[in-house]
Ligand binder design. Structure first.
Ligand SMILES: *Cc1c(COP(=O)(O)O)cnc(C)c1O
Length: 468
């Protein structure tokens, strides 16, 4: 999100108003068109204001054709009805909206059970605005636990957090905002995420925790959480250091429990102390909801918890912000109730089937080489085959935009900066039919791309869209 600046120049041309936009009279008595960068002096009729804003928004992209985002772009109309009913409810007013608070509590309890907390009733958790806030909270709990254990050395000693270089940017933000050293494990050859032994080697007495990602945003691969915990167990045997693991399951914590039931990544591993997910990614809710859970109350220092009024008593809360809409939490509960385990399994399996089939077809085209195949997160990355020299991934991204597809191209981080890829994020609502149309568009484009004299995209940053 850009940090917007005010308008630099004196107001340029004001908004232009179609005479038809008035209620009965053309533009209903408006004597002056409204300015764009300064608060207008007077009001506009609602129909005129609506039409002006609506017209401008027509130029936003079509979210369903956005293969860059992990965030939900389609929900059932019934979810929309509930969300509209709840848009005035403030999540923090637990006392005024006790039923909304109760639905949030039920969601936490369902997630504790889904993620195999040894005693779901002992697990604690909360809703957030998304995984970024959830990761900040989980990181704060890790840091505070470390400072409590090291009260004799802190302030003074500098805490660190271990992670792969492929972490989502929220972990870089956490380390920056909370003054924790980010120790990143670089990529190596065809390993595009964290290596358990390398993670254990980076740990020392100032390590507050290790972040494992269930579902790397770079290529959709799962990090080996079980192996990571085993490497940290061995480290503890050798050195006595007992390092907790936080699982960033922004995407995968809502995929693996349904379609990778044998994968052990969650609270079944005693070393996993907290987990987050984005309700608005594969939790299947519109943007604005995430979840953070701790194995037991002992993992979340009591001094970080604030209390708000609740039916004559008080309710503990843990959040960065204060006011927040209740609609997304209600929509999460609706979706849990609506789909159940079986429903989620079917939806996620269908999405994975679409991803795998699409990856397969791209592989068969011959021009591309798959980096991942969509068999972990329903997400895959691919690059151009070595013999392709007429065009590169940035050209493909730019040209696919002509057909409306947002297909991000980006370069991998340090150690593999030689590798640039395209990535497809399949989501519920990206059906096999849409995947067919995607393949048709890509197939039609290839002959033209092959005739290029060489890669044509010079401004590679401008060529593509945000990929996290
Ligand atoms: C998307 C994502 C985040 C950030 O989540 P938001 O819900 O967008 O705040 C963090 N970590 C991972 C692995 C992600 O995929």
């Amino acid at each position: 999100m850009p940090l917007h600046q005010g308008h630099q120049k004196p107001d340029d041309r004001p908004l232009s108003v179609n005479p038809f936009y008035g209620e009965t009279n053309p533009v209903s008595g408006m004597v002056e068109a409204p300015p764009k960068h300064r608060l207008p002096d007077g009001p506009l009729p609602p129909t005129t204001a609506l039409q002006l804003v609506h017209d401008e928004l027509m130029l936003d992209g079509n979210s369903r054709l956005n293969l860059a985002t992990f965030v939900t772009t389609w929900m059932e109309p019934q979810a929309g009805v509930l969300m509209a009913e709840c848009r005035d409810k403030n999540m923090i007013d637990k006392d005024e909206y006790p039923r909304t608070a109760e639905l949030e509590r039920r969601c936490v309890s369902m997630l504790a059970d889904l993620w195999n907390a040894p005693d779901p009733s002992a697990a604690v958790g909360c809703s957030t605005t998304g995984s970024s806030e959830a990761c900040m909270l989980a990181g704060m709990a890790l840091k505070r636990r470390w400072t409590q254990r090291n009260a004799d050395r802190y302030p003074g000693a500098r805490p660190n957090l271990i992670m792969g270089v492929n972490v989502q940017v929220c972990w870089e933000k956490f380390c920056n905002f909370w003054e924790v050293e980010a120790r990143q494990i670089p990529m190596e050859g065809d390993r595009f995420h964290l290596d358990p032994e390398a993670a254990a080697e980076l740990c020392d007495e100032n390590t507050i925790g290790v972040v494992g990602i269930l579902g790397s945003t770079f290529d959709g691969s799962y990090e080996p959480i079980e192996e990571l915990c085993a490497a940290l167990d061995r480290l503890q045997e050798r050195t006595g250091l007992d390092i907790p693991v936080h699982v960033d399951g922004a995407s995968g914590a809502m995929i693996a429990p349904f379609i990778d039931e044998d994968l052990v990544w969650d609270f079944r591993l005693p070393r996993v102390s907290s987990i987050n997910t984005s309700g608005h990614k594969y939790g299947l809710v519109y943007p604005g909801v995430g979840w953070a859970l701790w194995r037991t109350a002992a993992e979340l220092p009591e001094e970080l918890v604030f209390r708000v009024n609740y039916l004559g008593g008080d309710m503990p809360t843990f959040a960065l912000n204060f006011s927040r809409p209740g609609a997304q939490v209600v929509a999460q509960y609706y979706t849990f109730l609506r789909l159940g385990r079986e429903g989620y399994r079917t939806v996620q399996q269908t999405t994975r089937d679409v991803a795998r089939a699409l990856a397969e077809r791209i592989d068969c085209m011959g021009d591309f080489r798959l980096i991942t195949r969509g068999d972990e997160l329903p997400v895959f990355a691919f690059t151009t085959a070595p013999e392709v020299t007429a065009y590169d991934v940035f050209d493909v991204s730019r040209r696919m935009r002509e057909s409306g597809w947002l297909l991000p191209a980006y370069t991998f981080p340090e150690n593999r900066e030689d590798l640039s890829v395209l990535r497809v994020v399949c989501r519920n609502g990206f059906s096999s039919d849409l995947a067919d149309l995607f393949i048709e568009d890509l197939t039609r484009l290839l002959p033209e791309l092959r005739r290029q004299p060489g890669p044509m995209t010079h401004d590679k940053d401008a060529a593509t869209s945000f990929h996290h």
